[in-house]
Design a protein around this ligand. Structure first.
Ligand code: IMP
Length: 182
């Protein structure tokens, strides 16, 4: 579903990245990961719900990479702000011990989610843990270890929706990414 602007719960959103622009960003991330993991067999840990769209495009754009994929579901957000507490709604199903793990996220904001997830995965014995995020808000980062290793695009401190990103659970299915207008 593609639209130039969206009105939701009194907020106005304008299209910021078109599907073609997103595809270019994803391609560039896929090329970097393909080069870095050439002779490895990474395990992608996709953070549900938001990252499923990015992960689907990213994994299919990888070149000559033998990999596995698994999912984890965490929650720390309601509406437009964080609650600061990470909950494991769907825990990890896969053994990560001695694996090269790549966490796939939709967006890194304060970094709290990734900070906690990395600690969790390291605690389970992963040999390396890297992060690929479609979007990254560097100005909002509070946890330096959560800085993503692979980023589709950086964004200033604005709320965005679409391409997996939601507003109160809705609008994840939008093919473009939209920014809220103040
Ligand atoms: P962090 O833990 O503060 O880095 O927040 C990461 C999570 O917050 C992401 O996985 C998203 O679910 C959510 N989030 C942060 N910023 C946005 C946004 O602009 N739009 C939609 N969700 C967001």
């Amino acid at each position: 579903m593609i639209m130039r602007s969206i009105d939701e719960q009194g907020y106005h959103f304008e299209e910021w990245l078109t599907p073609a622009q997103i595809a270019k960003d994803v391609q560039q991330v896929a090329e970097q990961i393909s080069a870095d993991y050439k002779n490895k067999e990474p395990l992608f840990v996709v953070v549900l719900n938001g990252a499923f769209v990015f992960a689907s495009d990213l994994l299919r754009a990888l070149k000559d990479i033998r990999c596995e994929v698994t999912f984890i579901r965490v929650s720390s957000y309601f509406g437009m702000s964080t609650t600061g507490q990470l909950q494991f709604i769907v825990p990890l199903q896969q053994v990560v011990e001695n694996r090269d793990v790549i966490i796939v996220e939709d967006i890194v904001d304060t970094g709290l989610t990734i900070h906690q997830l990395k600690a969790h995965l390291r605690g389970l014995g992963a040999s390396s843990v890297k992060v690929a995020s479609m979007l990254f808000k560097p100005n909002k980062l509070e946890y330096e270890d959560a800085r993503p290793d692979y980023v589709g695009r950086e964004i200033s401190d604005e709320f965005v929706i679409g391409y997996g990103l939601d507003f109160d659970g809705f609008l994840r299915n939008l093919g473009s990414i939209y920014k809220v207008q103040e």
